[in-house]
Design a protein around this ligand. Structure first.
Ligand code: FES
Length: 99
């Protein structure tokens, strides 16, 4: 086993799960994830890391996003919330940096 420090100050996990019934993929989570991954990599100097995740157990409230270290969910997210999510993540990042 090997232990290594995780890079970045914040990790954002976006559900990209498809199952019968309500699910985040059918609500557009793939495109939203692609856009946020690109933005985070290019604009946050990799301080925010965006990951595709499996089901977060919030299917009826998807698109679901889990944010760490804040340990918060963003729920009922729409693709059109892209700019608002970016702004919120940047605000959270500043709070984390200030301690
Ligand atoms: S399918 Fe996205 S939270 Fe379950």
């Amino acid at each position: 086993m090997k232990e290594e420090k995780i890079k970045g100050k914040m990790s954002v996990h976006i559900c990209n799960y498809k199952r019968d019934g309500e699910n985040c993929i059918e609500k557009g989570s793939k495109d939203l994830t692609d856009r946020l991954k690109k933005w985070a990599k290019e604009e946050t100097d990799k301080e925010i890391r965006v990951f595709r995740s499996g089901c977060l157990g919030q299917c009826s409230d998807g698109i679901a996003i889990a944010c760490y270290p804040q340990r918060t969910f963003l729920l009922n997210v729409k693709e059109s919330d892209y700019k608002e999510i970016r702004n919120q993540l940047l605000e959270e990042l500043e709070k984390i940096k200030l301690g």
